[in-house]
Design a binder for this molecule. Structure first.
Ligand code: FES
Length: 126
């Protein structure tokens, strides 16, 4: 069996929503101290709906695939739904990740949570 699913390979090779949103109103950056990988998420939220999301990931292939999939899962969603996104859901949407790569999907969950927290703080809800 291949180590990585086709979806992981696809999102690694052609990551969706890579880049920066200059006028983002929610930005979050997280890192994993063990592997040194870093992920940054930018959210453009209007009326509590995620209109646009972009990411920059300096990390492994699974981290890139996880961030790409995570952005697709939350785009167009209300903030309340995006808050519920778990790393498990990201990994499942990718048709699975090897056990020792699950922490890469945790990074995606944390980056989105951190960007949403930033948005709420800016709104005065934090
Ligand atoms: Fe650290 Fe993938 S090896 S995020």
């Amino acid at each position: 069996m291949a180590l990585y699913s086709e979806k992981v390979m696809d999102h690694f090779r052609n990551p969706r929503n890579v880049g920066v949103i200059e006028d983002a109103n929610g930005v979050g950056e997280v890192g994993n101290a063990k592997c040194g990988d870093i992920m940054k998420m930018y959210l453009k939220i209007e009326d509590d709906i995620i209109k646009d999301v972009k990411f920059e990931t300096f990390g492994c292939g699974s981290a890139i695939a996880s961030s790409s999939m995570a952005t697709e899962l939350i785009k167009g969603q209300p903030v309340s739904e995006a808050m519920k996104l778990t790393n498990k859901a990201v990994a499942e949407a990718l048709d699975g990740l090897p056990d020792y790569k699950m922490h890469c999907s945790v990074l995606a969950e944390e980056a989105i949570r951190s960007a949403l927290d930033d948005y709420r703080k800016r709104k005065g809800e934090g």
